[in-house]
Design a protein around this ligand. Sequence first.
Ligand SMILES: [Zn+2]
Length: 126
Amino acid sequence: MTGMTPFWEGLERGAFVVQRCRECGTFRFPARARCLSCGSSDADWQEASTAGTVYSTTTVNRAVFPDIPPPYDVVVCQMEIGITFFARAENTLPIGSRADLRMVREADSGFIPFFVAADRDPADAL
Ligand SMILES: [Zn+2]
């Protein structure tokens, strides 16, 4: 399976599900037909660690989604599992800080990934 369907299905139930190589254990995001580490095409999907370190941050000042009024922050994190992932974030995450990816329930769109400072309750961040 090379599509991202398991990732999206994971989000629908509030889980962070990432493709992982069965041969060497390397996580792949986005999903790929072959592992970039060992070349294997054998992979499955696993619920993964949500811990990461902020690599880059930006503030969005123009409305992109009608339900999310600007300004809001988006950060790119180097995840503990070895992938890079970006998502909306609380506005107090400086580069180099530890972050945790939480699945936050939005009114009509299920769960969305949202970075908070490590050890922070996401209910306090929105
Ligand atoms: Zn591999």
